[in-house]
Ligand binder design. Structure first.
Ligand SMILES: [Zn+2]
Length: 298
């Protein structure tokens, strides 16, 4: 009785052909969400009709919060980034290739402008996630995404079947296999994966995980972490016990850099009197609205 875990990214789902569809607050994002939910539904439905006992999904894109429960099959559980509940099989769905892949759709690794190396080669999110799953003994049964993502999987995770749903035309544009054809093929794939237990592969990372990180735009923040060593080319080297620690480290570094950028942005605004006035005006409007609606009293 198989408990299936889908880890769903967004860039590599069927039908999604434009970068803007992956960006929260962009008008095209709603369509991206619809495509993400539809893909999860197709895979979950096929898994459940092929004998899976449960299907759970981790919403991986941009830290989660993309999946709209109302658009999702009620049998699918949206779960936290935690493998403690225990899963028998994982599928990595809707992925993009690692940073710097010139043939990929929205190539990146966790954030724009970051390269990650481990075990003396460059790796991307597919490797990081497969290793994290491997540490918990969870095999990877299927990987899907654009052509460059599945080529990366063929190279780095060679024992797992892959399914290609699109090709990149440029970094931010892709052309997809017609949706219904793609969903039909995914259904068949998933059913076959559930049958072929002998092809499920556990990817255990080297322990400890020795890694190097490099930011395209030089930034002082990672250098503040005392156990990272910076070389002359700007690579930061370190060692962590588990793959999950490396994912967490990248998340933390990323959050700190975003915070720094936000602070710089606010300072730049404060120095521009015209913009400053606009912000004050907008804030006053919001305060007035809040007072009007009874949420706030000065
Ligand atoms: Zn993503």
């Amino acid at each position: 009785m198989t408990r299936v875990l889908i880890i769903a990214d967004m860039e590599g789902v069927t039908g999604l052909e434009r970068y803007e569809q992956c960006v929260r607050r962009h008008p095209e994002y709603a369509e991206g969400v619809r495509l993400l939910c539809r893909e999860i539904d197709v895979i979950a439905d096929s898994a459940l009709s092929s004998g899976a006992r449960t299907v759970s999904v981790i919403d991986w894109h941009g830290g989660g919060g993309n999946i709209d429960r109302d658009q999702l099959d009620a049998r699918v559980d949206v779960v936290a980034e935690d493998l403690a509940p225990g899963y028998d099989l994982a599928m990595l769905i809707g992925f993009h290739p690692m940073a710097g892949d010139p043939n990929g759709f929205i190539s990146h690794t966790m954030r724009q402008g970051l390269a990650v190396e481990a075990s003396d080669r460059q790796i991307g999110e597919l490797s990081l996630l497969s290793w994290w799953l491997g540490e918990h003994g969870v095999p990877v049964g299927l990987i899907s995404g654009d052509r460059a993502a599945t080529a990366e999987a063929d190279r780095l995770l060679p024992d797992t079947p892959c399914h290609t749903v699109k090709r990149a035309e440029s970094w931010g544009r892709a052309s997809c296999v017609p949706a219904e054809q793609s969903y039909e093929a995914l259904r068949t794939r998933v059913a076959r994966v559930l049958e072929q237990r002998e092809r499920w592969t556990v990817y255990r990372p080297p322990a400890p995980v020795r890694f190097q990180l490099k930011l395209r735009d030089p930034n002082p923040i990672p250098g503040l972490i005392p156990w990272l060593n910076e070389d002359a080319d700007g690579w930061l080297a370190g060692e962590v016990p588990h793959a999950r620690d490396l994912i967490d480290l990248i998340d933390v570094v990323s959050a700190l850099i975003n915070l720094q950028h936000r602070n710089e942005f606010i300072e730049a605004l404060a120095e521009d009197p015209a913009l400053r006035a606009k912000i004050d005006e907008a804030r006053n409007d919001r305060v007035a609205l809040a007072m009007e609606q009874g949420y706030w009293k000065p």
